[in-house]
Design a protein around this ligand. Structure first.
Ligand code: TEU
Length: 565
């Protein structure tokens, strides 16, 4: 049976607000993406994933949708969208949309109708519940229907004066959770998805899709460390009917489609066991998932409590997912997206001496794993975290929610701000750095979020002009995936699992074996003698430290791929 196209594809994620602005309003748009398509063609990527561009009050930058079948005016029109889709297809690429159906905006017509009152025909399209007067004053958090906390801090329930009841929102109060128990809700969503596919879209990245099934009793969760709220996740992460819903969606939306579309489910808290079920082609749910284990290994009490990464922990996690989805299912591979800090600042060295070397090392390690790689805009330039002088510079609802809650709990503002500087999502959202001009060529207006001042040295124009740049290294990695079957299909074997400095593994396919070696430190590291001898004469397929390699030692942040057979 022919392997699905997305197994040898590389996906590029665009965050439209920050990619390219064509009308000078300081916010990126579809016209800007169209104007910059050649950058992506040059890179060699196969698929573009657009973060949400639907009408939205932008409470969570578009992940709060008020109309699923339109385009937010600040991004353009449906005609602009059709032009972009056609241009992407003309260039041999595909276009994947972001599907945000765990929740809608509270300004969506469905929610407006649902909020009208208990007799509304759409009341059961969301999770409405009465308060618990025995717990506190109805209308206040204490009397909320249960003690679940929101992902964005605070209670997961919002009181509504109109009916005197609360509605559930796992994210912000302006993101009301849909009730997937209701078949009308599911059918409305499937119809919307078919509408976009009929318009030429080639697939969906599905936002927090493993949270759509809640335990119908909505029980209280275990009290969390801060004692403020309970952890409801056991009752909504991979809930009781989630596999049933995704199988139904597949039957109703994808199964009879002539062309094979791409589906990737973003799944916070998903386990390997569940991922095998979700991505088993025989079960017809999704093609792959975004799991979060490897982007949570440097968390303390929470994501803003920064701890050092242990390389052995990273290898243990990624290695287990490689092995766990070797026979059934498929992995997605990512370091970055619009919710994660820049990987070169997080796991590499973003200083002038080793930024390029460590960024290309991290890229090599990720892209030689088995699975579909995702590149987040700016990653191919080695863009870094941004300088946030004060909390006034922060825009992200998650970060601001955490800051307020931490300050209320008496934490030191500067320490909390340090956590935001290291982990805040705004780090990923500073405008794309196209050139050295005032706003890095992103806009002729005033950018909604300041451009990183290091755009004077880190930008696409400079990267394209420098054959040793991060940009050209990504081009070579993508070309290798398109030309070397072992990169796509090869069996994965981790080596040196206990080494805290070296990341090493092989990929074996028919007569070909590829060895990937990487130094995760700023110091030279000697290779174990046996490994060095075994691979001493194997030709270098790709490296980031020049073409002449020392068979016995890896330079600081060096990565190399060698081949046998
Ligand atoms: O993210 C889900 C999610 O788990 C992240 O918000 C997570 O809490 C954190 O930011 C990452 O450590 C998705 C979207 O990617 C995100 O942008 C949205 O804010 C969120 O869902 C709600 O739609």
């Amino acid at each position: 049976m022919e392997e699905p196209w997305w197994k040898s594809a590389v996906v590029y994620q665009i965050y439209p607000r920050s990619f390219a602005d064509s009308d000078g309003d300081g916010i990126g748009d579809l016209g800007g993406i169209l104007a910059r398509l050649d950058h992506l063609v040059g890179l060699g990527v196969d698929v573009l994933w657009l973060s949400p561009v639907y009408p939205s009050p932008q409470d969570d930058n578009g992940y709060d949708i008020s109309d699923y079948q339109g385009i937010e005016p600040m991004f353009g029109t449906l005609a602009d969208f059709d032009r972009l889709t056609a241009a992407v297809h003309e260039r041999g690429m595909r276009l994947v949309m972001d599907l945000v159906v765990n929740h809608t905006s509270d300004e969506h017509a469905w929610f407006r109708e649902s909020r009208e009152g208990p007799n509304s025909a759409k009341r059961d399209w969301y999770w409405w519940r009465p308060g618990r007067p025995e717990r506190g004053v109805v209308g206040e958090e204490a009397a909320a229907p249960n003690n679940w906390g929101s992902f964005f801090s605070g209670s997961a329930w919002q009181y509504d004066d109109t009916s005197g009841e609360y509605y559930l929102h796992l994210f912000s109060p302006k993101q009301a959770d849909l009730n997937w128990e209701n078949p009308e809700v599911r059918q409305a969503i499937y119809a919307m998805m078919r509408w976009w596919l009929d318009r030429g879209v080639d697939g969906f990245r599905m936002d927090v899709i493993n949270l759509i099934s809640k335990h119908p009793d909505l029980p209280d969760g275990e009290s969390t460390g801060d004692g403020l709220y309970g952890d409801g996740s056991p009752y909504y992460v991979c809930g009781p009917r989630v596999h049933e819903y995704l199988a139904e969606m597949h039957r109703e939306v994808f199964a009879d489609r002539p062309e094979r579309v791409l589906t990737v489910g973003e799944m916070p808290g998903v386990t390997l066991e569940h991922a095998r079920l979700f991505t088993d082609p025989a079960r017809g749910e999704v093609d792959m998932v975004f799991q979060f284990e490897h982007v949570g290994l440097d968390f303390g009490r929470h994501k803003f409590d920064v701890r050092p990464l242990r390389l052995t922990a990273l290898k243990e996690s990624l290695g287990r997912w490689q092995t766990g989805l070797a026979e059934v299912g498929w992995n997605s591979l990512y370091w970055n997206n619009h919710d994660q800090p820049r990987v070169v600042s997080r796991f590499g060295d973003d200083g002038p001496r080793y930024r390029v070397r460590s960024a290309t090392m991290l890229a090599t390690v990720l892209h030689l794993h088995r699975g579909t790689p995702y590149i987040y805009q700016g990653e191919e330039l080695g863009m870094t975290n941004a300088p946030f002088a004060s909390v006034e510079d922060v825009r992200d609802i998650e970060a601001l929610g955490h800051y307020r809650q931490a300050i209320r709990a008496g934490e030191d503002p500067e320490r909390v701000l340090d956590g935001l500087r290291a982990r805040g999502r705004d780090n990923a959202r500073t405008p794309m750095q196209w050139d050295t001009s005032e706003h890095a060529g992103f806009t002729t207006g005033t950018p909604w979020l300041p451009v990183n001042p290091n755009h004077t040295t880190i930008n696409a124009a400079a990267a394209r002009a420098d054959p040793e740049s991060v940009y050209h290294h990504y081009r070579r990695l993508i070309a290798l995936r398109h030309s070397e079957p072992a990169v796509v299909h090869g069996d994965f074997t981790m080596l040196l699992a206990d080494d805290e400095r070296l990341y090493a593994f092989t990929r074996r396919y028919r007569d070909t074996t590829l060895l990937t070696l990487a130094n995760f430190t700023g110091e030279p590291v000697e290779l174990p003698a046996a490994l060095a001898t075994e691979w001493a004469t194997a030709p270098l397929v790709l490296g980031n430290a020049g073409t002449s390699i020392d068979p016995a030692t890896l330079q600081p942040w060096e990565a190399r791929v060698q081949r046998k057979g």
